[in-house]
Design a protein. Structure first.
Length: 221
């Protein structure tokens, strides 16, 4: 086993991203300031749309827009239960459909729980939905503001598919079952993010519930 690669990919990088996520929750204003400084120093990477048309998702500028989609907001407990049940049903349903067992990683149970249930949901949702998918929405809103509003839904849908594909391939899913299950899960997380007005809490909860289901299915199966 490549312990160095395991440490970097499953622990170090997720820990760093999770710390960034938690700092955004505890110090949202400082996070916004730091994000704005990074954007100002990398103008070629920063998309600065013209928010002249008021829409549900618009914010004054890019830093505020991204911060809004990263700092979580409260969710009704009934919604939480529904999200968790949907994520669990998706994993179990696809496992049954493909006649494939729920299989966790070849790691000690405590490491799996920390890595997959705690760190992965925060770090991956921050990066994939919080940043990548938010940039898709920014691009779609920019088109809408220049009079191409008819393309908004298409751009967001296409971007959601591309971001989900990146999320799936990054997990190294080689079998049909692995690919379909991760793509379906990623699509669910993205839809939850967009449907909740870019609130990261729903996809994080769904992601954690899905990973926990896989681990428990492996341990109990």
């Amino acid at each position: 086993m490549d312990w160095i690669g395991l440490f970097l990919n499953r622990l170090l990088v997720p820990i760093i991203l999770s710390i960034v996520f938690l700092c955004a929750q505890v110090y949202p204003k400082k996070f916004n300031t730091a994000l704005r400084a990074i954007i100002d120093k990398t103008p070629k990477l920063g998309i600065k749309p013209d928010f002249t048309i008021s829409t549900k998702n618009t914010m004054p500028d890019l830093a505020d827009f991204l911060t809004y989609g990263i700092v979580v907001r409260k969710v009704n407990w009934k919604v939480v239960i529904g999200i968790v049940l949907i994520a669990i049903a998706l994993e179990i349903g696809l496992s049954y459909y493909y006649s494939m067992p729920l299989t966790g990683e070849d790691l000690p149970l405590p490491v799996q729980l920390i890595s997959s249930v705690l760190l992965a949901p925060m770090s991956e949702e921050l990066l994939v939905r919080g940043f990548l998918l938010s940039y898709v929405v920014i691009f779609a809103i920019t088109l809408k503001n220049i009079g191409l509003g008819n393309w908004y839904g298409f751009i967001v849908g296409l971007g959601l598919g591309i971001v989900t594909l990146i999320f799936t391939v990054a997990h190294g899913n080689y079998s049909q079952y692995q690919f379909v299950s991760r793509f379906a899960a990623g699509l669910l997380y993205g839809l939850l993010y967009l449907a909740s007005d870019r609130n990261l809490l729903p996809p994080i909860l769904a992601h954690a519930a899905a990973n926990l289901t896989i681990i428990l299915g492996d341990v109990l199966g």
